[in-house]
Design a binder for this molecule. Structure first.
Ligand code: AMP
Length: 543
């Protein structure tokens, strides 16, 4: 027997309609290249979104066409999110930090029709334009006063296009399975792969993000997404915030700038901010050096890489800000797990151990770990396994792939290795390809890095497996010193004693000027292994 409820489609158009009808006066604040502090309200944002949808139609965009963006987090990018997806087009966000040849590959693979780009990316696209076989033209995200002179073919100015259009648009009734957005994984191996998000997945994921033990957003909050809009839709913040009518604060191209972040938080009353660990290091450094604090800020969400304890501690002790650790990936829209506030009466050591984990599965995500024999290891917080997931906002197959991306029994293998403890907390120990196997046993590089980062004077740390005659592989610790710090590598190794299993202690520690990073800001262990290909263990390494 079927239920007898209305069959309304779960689409982003409904998010936009809801926000426009109920919260027309909520604000959107942006830093842009042409304005240090742009501000307007939802009412205006969605009127301009309608103008943009009209303009896209005039440019000849057809349902299903991919419309690409190379842009920072700001209000024009926000308008593009809704104007494309809600008119049946696909918003393809591209990471401008990728190598130019990867960008060209992605644009051609996605068969993008129009490219909407921030002025600073014009030279990048001018150099690539000849190779882009499907692109009909370019729209520069600026006004006529700031429009650069360009030899890009068929180039338009965004504000000039919008000015010609009416402020309403006949939004089509879309099926919830319609593609809304496309994002390519950073592709540390092989070519980047596209994840094609549907409206239904985005709406369900929005509900997931908003849950009380997840972001728990409320109407009277101000939200600062420091995670780029070109990386997994800025963790869905541009959908979740309008769904509750809160204030959105976009940092534009100044995402890594501690001063801009501090000013935005203090002047716009930001209550919650989300980003990868490196941006918080920049903010905390600025606050420390300028003796500032951020009274309105209540919590930050940290994901993308494991969050060092020093970040959580400094936020809490100096600024009264609670840090929530979250885990996810491009293929998961990205929410997988979230570490909710631990009970206030939990003993300090236990609280710290729990908070360093990645949290519990959000409702909508199922997870399991499997060992090398395909069996489930116990959920004891110790045994490792390949982490697999399933749920309505998880990728089933990559864009244009003939084959499903799932295991034969319907799970998506994340490529992460993890533990699950009896309370259901996930602990990411490594990427599968970064796991260190010493004498047949796995060593968690993330746990070693976490401990290294608690030591004074270490700005960044990475642990990689280096081949070893007797044990097959042993951990090597590579550190970057904080400005002005003099590090004693032997003392760093000695400090591990008593904090991790004896056989986990890195056999050597070397100091480098900087570590290689991927386009999404993670340490690139692949590049680090390449850089250290010639490394040999010191003679005295115990066998
Ligand atoms: P991406 O698809 O670029 O967002 O990268 C996803 C990958 O980042 C995951 O599969 C993890 O390896 C890593 N990751 C994300 N969040 C965390 C976290 N909180 N702790 C450790 N690794 C993380």
């Amino acid at each position: 027997m079927l239920g007898m409820m209305m069959q309304s489609q779960l689409t982003l158009t409904e998010v936009m309609r809801h926000a426009n009808a109920n919260f027309p006066n909520s604000e959107i604040i942006s830093v842009t290249a042409d304005n240090p502090r742009h501000r307007y309200r939802y009412r205006e944002a969605f009127a301009r979104t309608a103008q943009l949808a009209n303009a896209l139609q005039k440019l000849g965009a057809e349902p299903g066409d991919r419309i690409a963006t190379l842009a920072w987090n700001d209000y024009r990018h926000f308008e593009l999110y809704y104007a494309t997806s809600c008119s049946g087009l696909v918003c393809h966000t591209i990471n401008p930090r990728l190598f130019p040849e990867q960008i060209a590959y992605i644009i051609n693979h996605a068969e993008d029709r129009w490219l909407f780009i921030d002025p600073m990316f014009v030279p990048l696209l001018e150099a690539l334009a000849d190779q882009l076989t499907t692109v009909k033209g370019y729209v520069v995200l600026t006004d006529s006063d700031h429009m650069p002179v360009t030899d890009l073919p068929n180039a338009h100015c965004y504000e000039e296009l919008l000015a010609l259009e009416p402020e309403n648009f006949d939004w089509p009734l879309l099926d919830e399975g319609t593609a809304a957005a496309l994002c390519y994984t950073s592709g540390t191996t092989g070519n980047p792969k596209g994840v094609l998000y549907s409206h239904r997945a985005m709406v369900l994921h929005t509900y997931g993000v908003l849950m009380p033990d997840v972001f728990a957003l409320q109407q009277d909050e101000a939200v600062l997404p420091v995670v780029p809009m070109f990386h997994v839709n800025a963790w869905a913040v541009p959908y979740a915030v309008p769904a509750v009518g809160a204030k959105l604060v976009f940092p534009g191209p100044k995402m890594g700038c501690g001063e801009t972040l501090s000013n935005l938080i203090r002047e716009e009353g930001v209550t919650i901010a989300a980003g990868v660990p490196t941006v918080w290091l920049a903010l905390l450094k600025h606050l420390r050096e300028h003796d500032q604090t951020v009274p309105s800020l209540n919590r930050v969400v940290v994901g993308g890489s494991a969050c060092p304890w020093s970040v959580m501690e400094e936020f809490e002790q100096k600024h009264g800000v609670y840090t929530h650790h979250a885990w996810g990936m491009t293929e998961m829209s990205p929410l997988g797990t979230y570490n909710a506030r631990v009970p206030a009466d939990l003993p300090a050591e236990e609280a710290r151990a729990r908070r360093l984990k990645q949290g519990r599965a959000a409702f909508g995500v199922e997870m399991r770990i499997v060992d090398e024999q395909g069996q489930p290891p116990p959920h004891d917080g110790q045994a490792f396994g390949a982490l697999q997931v399933r749920g309505p906002w998880i990728c089933e197959r990559y864009f244009k792939a003939e084959e499903s991306a799932l295991t034969s029994d319907g799970w998506f293998d994340t490529g992460d290795v993890a533990t699950i403890d009896p309370q259901g907390y996930l602990g990411i120990t490594d990427r599968t390809k970064d796991v260190i196997k010493s004498g047949g046993e796995w060593i968690s590089s993330i746990e070693l890095e976490n401990f290294a980062m608690t030591q004074e004077g270490i700005a960044e740390a990475a642990v990689i497996g280096v081949s070893h005659e007797r044990w097959a592989e042993r951990p090597l610790l590579v550190v970057v010193a904080a400005p002005g710090a003099a590090l004693d590598t032997r003392a760093i190794i000695r400090a591990f004693e008593g904090h991790v299993a004896k056989w986990w202690i890195p056999d050597d520690c070397i100091l480098v000027e900087e570590l290689p990073h991927t386009a999404t800001g993670k340490i690139s262990k692949k590049d680090l292994r390449q850089q250290l290909a010639e490394y040999r263990w010191p003679e005295e390494t115990p066998a």
